[in-house]
Ligand binder design. Structure first.
Ligand SMILES: Cc1cc2nc3c(=O)[nH]c(=O)nc-3n(C[C@H](O)[C@H](O)[C@H](O)COP(=O)(O)O)c2cc1C
Length: 347
């Protein structure tokens, strides 16, 4: 096993960098560019059976936002502090054509020793199960099901299911596991203290990994125009989300143990962030906005950063997983540090 390789269940990934699902993976050309740049896996833009979810893609809009909540130029070199604020819909193709694309993408991925991961965002559970079976029958090697897409509450009724109850996650995962034998990744919503419980439910129901965790919904008013930026609520993410995702990674590791591989999403902007997620307990990391806003070269740069770090520390990718997570203390276990706050308390 090479020193960048990571195992997720029975799947061996050549490195821990996975490109998360997004608009840049609607077409094969985007996936090819990511695979060429060295990604271990690319998650294809998600689909479901709902026409409303497809139509919503035509109403998407995106804004890069600075720390003063102003829109900034989209110049493919976003500052590290920029947040991506956007609406999104699902893949525009009908399911059969999407499936043909997924077959081609995974065949192409094989030539790069990588994977193209089929991605479903459920609208209706019976349809989800049907589509999962079709994905397996088509020979695609990995399926991710995102049960926590943040747009669920704002999208047209019935277009996107947003599930945050651990019991429901367990039921859905059990049904999927009974329907398909293929590697199954369950992507969960953020914005809920229930993330570790949801992760445990998916693990016990037979998911090969859980992807933690979806972005947040936000609202940004523009003080010049008095209008909402983009005109609606929308999903928001940025490097500021990294500590929030990492918190749930550590809490999930505490809850379900060290042997279950967990995947991170939401907050990684470069290779060092991937390392941060891994030492917080992630076996692999999905990166989306950084590539969508910064271009495919972000993949190469991030892999180089990870490689340099591993060489310098003489470690393997696997050695990183959970390093910092396993050193976390409770407040009660922390050393007494009274002098510190006296020093900073104003007279
Ligand atoms: C423009 C855009 C489109 C997205 N589309 C999907 C999608 O179709 N399916 C999905 O599971 N996640 C989707 N996501 C979520 C991302 O895959 C990822 O989980 C999230 O953006 C957080 O990671 P990041 O901080 O690396 O962007 C999308 C995100 C963005 C920004």
């Amino acid at each position: 096993m090479n020193k960048f390789a990571i195992k997720i269940g029975d799947t061996l990934l050549k490195n821990p960098l996975i490109c998360g699902s997004g608009e840049h993976f609607i077409e094969l050309s985007g996936m090819e560019r990511a695979l060429k740049a060295g990604a271990a896996a690319v998650v294809i833009k998600s689909t479901n059976e709902s026409d409303a979810a497809k139509e919503q893609l035509e109403k998407t809009d995106y804004a890069l936002i600075d720390s003063d909540f102003n829109k900034i130029n989209w110049d493919h070199n976003p500052p590290r502090g920029a947040s991506l604020f956007n609406r999104s819909g699902l893949h525009p193709l009908p399911f059969d054509e999407w499936l043909d694309l997924a077959i081609k993408a995974d065949e192409l991925a094989k030539t790069y020793d990588a994977y193209a991961v089929a991605s479903l965002i459920p609208a209706d559970i019976d349809n989800l199960i049907h589509m999962a079976k079709e994905v397996e029958k088509a020979g695609i090697r990995i399926l991710e099901v995102n049960v926590g897409a943040p747009h669920g509450k704002e999208a047209a009724k019935g277009a996107i299911l947003l599930e945050q109850e651990a019991d429901h996650i367990r039921e859905i995962t059990e049904k999927l596991r009974a329907a398909v034998d293929m590697p199954l990744w369950i992507k969960l919503a953020g914005q809920s203290p229930e993330v570790p419980a949801m992760a445990e439910a998916a693990m016990k129901a037979g998911a090969d990994t859980v992807t933690l965790m979806g972005r947040y919904m936000g609202f940004i008013p523009d003080i010049e125009t008095g209008e909402p930026i983009l005109g609606t609520h929308a999903a928001i993410g940025g490097s500021w989300a990294l500590p929030l995702t990492a918190h749930h990674l550590v809490k999930t590791r505490e809850r379900i143990g060290k042997n279950y591989p967990v995947m991170a999403t939401n907050g990684a902007r470069n290779g060092n962030d991937i390392i941060r997620f891994m030492i917080s307990g992630a076996s692999a990391v999905q990166m989306t906005s950084a590539i969508f806003t910064g271009g495919f070269e972000v993949i190469e740069k991030s892999l180089k950063q990870i490689e340099d770090y591993l060489n310098e520390k003489n470690m393997t990718a696997n050695d990183l997983v959970g390093l910092a997570a396993d050193k976390v203390k409770t407040y009660a276990e922390q050393q007494n540090n009274k002098e510190y706050w006296r020093e900073f308390t104003p007279e």
